[in-house]
Write a protein that binds this ligand. Structure first.
Ligand code: SF4
Length: 364
């Protein structure tokens, strides 16, 4: 699988800590594409496994003018064997998805899935998050994507936000009920709890006391309200943040969780060859980390306990099984984990605590 990182955004969202910046100075789309094409040429032999998924993430890949996107697609086709590709996703923001853009995207003949960053259908919340689109534009974008022939559509939402204004009252479930109109038009939804990441505008607002985020009980209430709404609408949860209609689970993300090797292209992108992770730093240098057996086991805990499928016992090294059974028992007793012959599966409540449980089970 291949991940292409597109490091541009029109402007920074309040909460975002991803590596992205507006086009300016030496950060020009054209030079980015030139360097990306050189990187593809240099790394063309690296992907030993058949490539089944390609994912353009960012940043905002839909900010790329179609001419540039076409050059990248041509480069991928030239350097890699895409004959077995099943899923090619482009992350997009609603305001970029004009009818012309969508038609040109479809004509490239590669993309078969769109992941649209909607985040909320409450216009006050969208303004507070510093998003560029309105709720109307978001709904229109999904409708237009269908008209252009894209029927495999995912949308992202954020919960655990304040409502109305930065100092306004915390909305209970209000913004969540607003997402109903869009649920029937998509077959995949990712939902993320708003988190305060260091260095973001949100972190500064919180530090200065200009904004108060909902308390944990409210965030949990919103999580379950969303969960119930999506399950009622036929989207089943398959990972803590991801819901899909049957057969529309993200193949790309599922392979990350299975620890399938992948090739990451572009500034900040990570690659994994099955044993070693390496990445391109934004300044052009390269980082590398060889995973020890303990690292690999800890990653297995971290990723599998976030999935509804859970931790497969066959993947647990023999020497760790006894310790694992002992450490899991309290989570089974409190209803966060269900044990079957072959799996430790988190319950919906357990999924909320997946990261904490995994950390408590880590080995050194
Ligand atoms: S559009 Fe996405 S990547 Fe860009 S600043 Fe907003 S959240 Fe971050």
């Amino acid at each position: 699988m291949i991940y292409v990182h597109v490091p541009f955004c029109h402007r920074k969202c309040t909460y975002c800590a991803f590596f992205s910046r507006p086009e300016s100075g030496k950060w020009k789309v054209e030079s980015y594409v030139d360097v990306l094409l050189q990187e593809m040429e240099l790394r063309r032999g690296e992907q030993a496994h058949p490539i089944r998924t390609v994912y353009f993430g960012g940043g905002t890949p839909s900010m790329l003018p179609i001419g540039h996107l076409a050059r990248i697609v041509e480069g991928l086709r030239r350097c890699f064997d895409l004959s077995q590709v099943e899923e090619v996703t482009l992350e997009a923001n609603p305001e970029d998805l004009t009818p012309d853009y969508l038609a040109a995207l479809a004509s490239l003949g590669l993309f078969n899935r769109l992941s649209i960053g909607i985040q909320s259908l409450d216009d006050d919340v969208l303004r507070w998050l510093n998003r560029r689109h309105t709720s109307r534009q978001a709904i229109d974008a999904v409708e237009r994507a269908h008209e252009a022939g894209f029927h495999n559509i995912s949308v992202d939402f954020i919960y655990g936000v304040v409502s109305a204004s930065p100092m306004g009252p915390i909305s209970p479930i209000g913004p969540i009920s607003l997402i109903s109109p869009i649920v029937s038009m998509v077959n995949h939804i990712s939902v993320y709890s708003l988190t305060v990441e260091a260095g973001t505008a949100l972190a500064r607002q919180v530090e200065q006391g200009r904004v108060a985020l909902p308390d944990e009980d409210e965030v949990v209430r919103q999580y379950f309200a969303l969960h119930d709404l999506l399950e009622r609408e036929g989207l089943h949860q398959y990972e803590v943040s991801n819901y899909a209609r049957p057969g529309f689970e993200s193949r790309h993300n599922s392979r990350y969780w299975d620890r399938t090797p992948y090739l990451g292209l572009g500034p900040g992108a990570h690659s994994f060859d099955g044993q070693c992770r390496h990445w391109n730093n934004p300044d052009g240098t390269v980082g590398e980390e060889l995973l020890t057996p303990a690292d690999a086991y800890n990653e297995l805990l971290m990723t599998s306990l976030r999935t509804v499928r859970g931790l497969p016992l066959e993947a647990v090294p023999e020497g760790q099984k006894e310790r694992l059974h002992r450490a899991m028992q309290p989570y089974v007793d409190c209803g966060w984990i269900e044990r079957s012959d072959r799996f430790y599966r988190p319950t919906p409540e357990g999924l909320l605590h997946a990261d904490g449980m995994a950390a408590a089970l880590f080995i050194a």
